[in-house]
Design a protein around this ligand. Structure first.
Ligand SMILES: [Zn+2]
Length: 395
């Protein structure tokens, strides 16, 4: 029987083995990372052409009993799963003696591999941009303009070349971080191509489904010659962009979440706030009890009133031009002036110090834009709490 079922906190392997011919599986909680989201299962998914990026809602192109056959054929040692599903008031639940066996099989199977991160220099010897770079910047500025820029002869400047070396050095650190970054999303760390170019973009950007662009020239303009902190800075910025790819992957329908000016702002605060969280340098580090560092305290004092004013106004905004004016600075421009994304990142930082990062990030990511106002309510200065509560209670 083809159908659609809600399944709580199960891993795909179990889902696949338990339900025959379910066309779409929705998990009300992130699917069990430890069991399913090893690199092993990613390879299997790739073989089967299942969209590995979408974990909470999987569109399965085939009857599920075929998955079992494939698992078995990839490794003759695959255990007999013996899994059954039972339905109770909560939905479908797993009743399985084979759970641990599957997990251990996934861990020891020989087809595990690490995510592959590669770096591609997108400037040729004559200073022209490669097709990959053109493709990347075209997302923001359109194909026609991108192609014009691509033909310009702009050889790498010495500063840009120095940043390229920093990028090369940062790649292994970044790749190592990928698993940690993907975990709270409940996602498989995806392969990434980092495109290094030198024109027509901000310093860093991401484009679906697996590309990060680094504009070496813009790095030089924004941060000068690389110094000792260069590799750390590059790793943080790569992480920020990688988190965007993960967010896109988890929420392929994010446009639906951005249906009003207020919701669009809250989405941006979530999307860029999670990104900024991973690009925070040490100076923002809170105390062990979550209390703010001096720079964090000063910054929040400055940004909190802006944040509340703007969100209130966005809740009433009735034209696109009003909205775009009100959004100015929400997550773009100078880092310590981002009134929307930076407070979210800083509050998360403090709360993570108090209650642990993994659970906080996972629940924030699961709630996406709806996590923003409750987080603000927990952390914003008391004088603004009433106004945040009013925003929260609007709908
Ligand atoms: Zn960003």
């Amino acid at each position: 029987m083809a159908g659609r079922r809600s399944i709580r906190g199960l891993s795909l392997v179990f889902v696949l083995s338990a339900c025959e011919q379910v066309e779409q599986v929705e998990a009300t909680e992130p699917l069990g990372y430890d069991f399913f989201l090893g690199n092993t299962s990613r390879d299997i998914l790739q073989d089967l052409r299942i969209d590995r990026r979408v974990v909470n809602t999987l569109h399965l192109p085939m009857a599920l009993d075929r998955m079992l056959i494939t698992l078995a054929s990839l490794n003759p040692d695959v255990p007999n799963l013996g899994i059954t599903m039972v339905q109770d008031g909560q939905g479908w639940q797993l009743e399985s003696p084979g759970m641990g066996e599957v997990a251990s099989w996934l861990q020891r199977t020989s087809i595990q591999r690490q995510p592959r991160f590669s770096l591609e220099l997108c400037v040729d010897g004559d200073g022209r941009a490669s097709p990959l770079w053109t493709e990347g910047i075209a997302v923001a500025i359109g194909r026609e303009r991108a192609e014009v820029f691509a033909k310009d002869r702009i050889p790498l400047s010495p500063t840009a070349a120095a940043w390229l070396e920093v990028l090369r050095e940062a790649m292994p650190d970044f790749e190592q971080r990928a698993e940690d970054l993907a975990r709270p999303f409940g996602l498989v760390p995806m392969d990434v191509v980092v495109a290094a170019g030198n024109r027509a973009s901000s310093d860093a950007f991401a484009w679906v489904d697996s590309h990060i662009g680094i504009n070496l020239e813009a790095f030089g303009e924004a941060y000068g010659e690389p110094d000792d902190g260069g590799v750390d800075r590059m790793t943080r910025i790569l992480s920020h962009e990688y988190v965007h790819l993960l967010s896109y992957a988890l929420y392929p329908d994010h446009r639906e979440l951005r249906d009003t000016p207020l919701n669009r702002a809250l989405w941006t605060m979530f999307f860029e706030g999670i990104g900024d969280y991973f690009s925070l340098s040490n100076r923002w580090q809170p105390e062990a009890d979550g209390s703010y560092s001096p720079v964090t305290a000063e910054t929040l004092q400055r940004l909190e009133p802006v944040l509340v004013d703007r969100l209130e106004a966005l809740a009433e905004a009735d034209s696109a031009s009003a909205e775009s004016e009100l959004r100015a600075g929400i997550s773009m421009g100078k880092f310590d002036e981002k009134w929307g994304s930076l407070p979210v990142a800083l509050w998360l930082h403090s709360e993570a110090a108090r209650r642990g990062e993994q659970e906080l990030l996972a629940s924030t990511i699961r709630l996406n834009r709806e996590a923003v106002l409750p987080l603000a309510l927990r952390w914003i200065s008391s004088e603004y709490q009433g106004r945040v509560r009013a925003l929260l209670e609007r709908d």
